[in-house]
Design a protein around this ligand. Structure first.
Ligand code: UDP
Length: 237
């Protein structure tokens, strides 16, 4: 494992990352590509835990706008993350990478429950742990779940995968003057509402000293570059 900068990472993938060219659901090419990047890092001896979102299928807040009870909508959102997790597990297994979905909500017929000690054991055995079901509670997000799981499994860093190559002063897609930060501290992110992750997640990372790196997951090889210690994207610490 010699040259790897990290021993264990937590990768946060939003549901949107799986959309690829689709408007809804999962683009098979995209999930296969992401699985290949994860498998490469895992084969290099780095423990990989993934927290996956569900926004490509359902979000509780969006469902509530259409009249569904918010808590029910959040349950639907959490179940959406289970579907994404199963798809990622399948994509990983199709390229011979060992993976286990562990869910914060019990769905015993399709995956294991998230049990911290068991998750750590899987990581020690070189299996990719795909955490589903967010925190298991309504009104939270999978960003907060990512912060929580990163701390619980003792990850060295939380890698937040996005469409852009870091954190900007404003949305770089809408504003060509937006400037990218190389690094930031947690309080600045919260104070300036710099859409890195939601405030709950940032506060948890700040209080437990969990560094976050925001990077572009759509650029081939970025995950391996990060694991090798390249300073791409924006570091929040
Ligand atoms: N969710 C929840 N509790 C959690 C995590 C997620 O209720 O701890 C629900 C919530 O409705 C959320 C949906 O699951 O909108 C999908 O998660 P998220 O929006 O974080 O997914 P992403 O934006 O990363 O795709």
């Amino acid at each position: 494992m010699a040259e790897e900068a990290y021993r264990r990472i937590l990768l946060k993938l939003s549901g949107e990352a799986l959309l690829g060219d689709e408007d809804y659901g999962i683009d098979p090419n995209m999930i296969q590509r992401i699985a290949a990047e994860i498998a490469e890092v895992s084969r290099a001896g780095v423990g990989v835990a993934v927290v996956i979102g569900g926004g490509n299928i359902f979000r509780g807040a969006g469902l509530a706008e259409s009249g569904i009870d918010r808590v029910t909508g959040d349950h639907m959102g959490m179940l959406a993350t289970v579907m994404n997790a199963l798809a990622l597990q399948d994509a990983l297994e199709s390229i011979e990478a060992d993976a286990r979905v562990m869910s914060a909500i019990s769905v015993h017929d399709v995956c294991e429950d998230y049990i911290r000690r068991r998750a750590i054991r899987h990581l020690e055995k070189g299996r990719v742990v795909v955490c589903a079901g967010g925190t298991g509670n309504p009104f939270f997000t999978t960003d907060t779940a990512a912060a929580l799981r990163a701390i619980e499994v003792g990850a060295d860093i939380l890698l937040k995968a996005t469409k852009v190559d870091g954190v900007y002063t404003s949305d770089p897609v809408k504003n060509s003057d937006a400037e990218r930060f190389d690094s930031l501290n947690y309080d600045r992110v919260i104070e300036h509402k710099l859409g890195v992750m939601d405030a709950n997640a940032i506060v948890l990372c700040r209080d437990q000293g969990m560094p976050i790196r925001v990077f572009n997951v759509f650029e081939d090889g970025n995950l391996m570059r990060l694991v090798r210690g390249e300073a791409i994207g924006t570091l929040v610490s």
